[in-house]
Design a protein. Structure first.
Lengths: 338, 78
């Protein structure tokens, strides 16, 4: 009984079954389109996914930003400064999920952490997990796939961040940080950690919604557009032949294709959704998604300004290998989650 | 008085710059608004979340878009 109620809430609130039905109804009765057909199906996927993602995104970012307002980077840095070793890497990965983050602030955060004396390995645990395991994306994953898949994604994302950062630390990569980084002053202005009032937190949350939605909407439209095309126009046989989970190269191909690309996780989700629906392995789709969000040419070019090539190469290599390994793991054990 | 806006040119930085300009005008202060976009320069003020606001080389806020009134308050205290 309780399970039924939860299932219903999950279907209606998170998966928005009502919206799918509404769009079907509208297309069929209003425009005479058959949503089982190719054109109708594409239009249905596009309208339903765009509306669903924007509603979820707005609500999620608001709630999550409210939580995030308790964790400005200054506070995260202070918390991490007090511990060391593996616990520090784990905590850094966890804080990465709740500290407000956009790719444009990764360099100031890197410099701010490093100049305060945080080891490079711990800073990288933070920098890997921040774009990869976004709280909002986890709930979107649950909406599009399922809760077990979303939770498994969080766990493996954190594991990549912890292992990646730990390896970089072990390898003594600190020496490849540009020296000007260490010469920066560690100054915190008076207001940086001042307790906010509830009104200021609500204000912050609202600003974040406006800021993030205005930044990511083109990626979402493009992502859903590609998803709709995959969903209805690319033959299922072709996707299964290229990216099916029985093909040993599928994860490799998806990861290498995703690495240079830059897109927000919200734009990548509908592509992953469509790929899985059309026969790609779950691990393959997740590997593609992780590769797109964790690594991108623009962010690597920015990072190059503060670290030297060996560190940059090691970072890219470790994260890429981690993503590929996770792709194969999900393809092998993905049946447990479906 | 020199007001520096630290940030990579995102929309928040533009808003903060506009508010700072308005606040200075309201306070009747002569202010030059300087945009600092280089990451190394931004970090040299100790800022980890943009946009940051620097008034006469003193960092007064980071990570939020202060309103014209809030900047006005800060100007009074300086």
């Amino acid at each position: 009984m309780i399970g039924d109620v939860f299932g219903w809430l999950n279907d209606q609130l998170l998966r928005m079954q009502w919206l799918a039905d509404l769009v079907t109804l509208l297309l069929r009765d209003g425009f005479g389109l058959d949503t089982a057909g190719r054109i109708g199906g594409s239009i249905h996927f596009f309208i339903y996914d765009v509306i669903k993602i924007f509603i979820l995104l707005g609500a999620l970012i608001f709630g999550i930003s409210y939580i995030q307002s308790y964790f400005p980077p200054e506070r995260t840095r202070r918390i991490l400064g007090g511990i060391s070793g593996l616990p520090a890497n784990i905590l850094a990965a966890l804080l990465g999920t709740v500290t407000p983050f956009c790719s444009c602030s990764s360099i100031p955060i890197f410099i701010g952490f490093t100049s305060a004396g945080l080891p490079v390995g711990i800073t990288f645990s933070f920098l890997i997990s921040s774009p990869l395991v976004d709280l909002a994306s986890v709930i979107l994953l649950a909406s599009i796939f399922s809760w077990p898949i979303a939770l498994a994604y969080v766990v493996v994302g954190l594991v990549i961040a912890v292992i990646g950062g730990t390896l970089l630390g072990w390898a003594g990569m600190d020496r490849y940080v540009e020296s000007f980084v260490f010469r920066n002053p560690v100054v915190a202005h008076d207001g940086a950690e001042a307790a906010l009032t509830r009104r200021q937190r609500l204000q912050f949350a609202r600003d974040q919604v406006v800021d993030i939605v205005s930044r990511v909407w083109p990626y979402i439209l493009i992502g859903v557009g590609i998803g709709a095309a995959i969903h209805n126009w690319i033959p299922q046989d072709l996707i299964a032949a290229l990216l099916g989970q029985d093909k040993w190269w599928s994860v490799l191909l998806a990861t290498l294709a995703g690495v240079p690309m830059y897109a927000d996780i919200f734009g990548t989700l509908p592509i992953a959704e469509a790929l899985v629906a059309r026969g790609a392995g779950l691990g393959t789709a997740l590997a593609f998604m992780m590769a797109v969000t964790a690594l991108s040419l623009p962010s690597l070019i920015l990072l190059k300004r503060v670290v030297r090539l060996p560190l940059l190469a090691a970072f890219t290599g470790i994260v890429t290998v981690g993503i590929i390994a996770i792709g194969y793991l999900f393809n092998a054990f993905g049946y447990l989650f479906v | 008085m020199i007001i520096k806006i630290l940030g990579s040119g995102c929309r928040k930085c533009v808003a903060l710059g506009d508010n700072a300009k308005a606040a200075a005008a309201t306070a009747g202060r002569e202010a030059e608004i300087v945009k600092v976009t280089d990451f190394a320069d931004i970090a040299s003020y100790g800022v980890m979340s943009t946009p940051g606001l620097v008034i006469d080389e003193k960092l007064v806020s980071s990570g939020k878009v202060l309103t014209t009134a809030e900047i006005g308050e800060i100007l009074k205290r300086l």
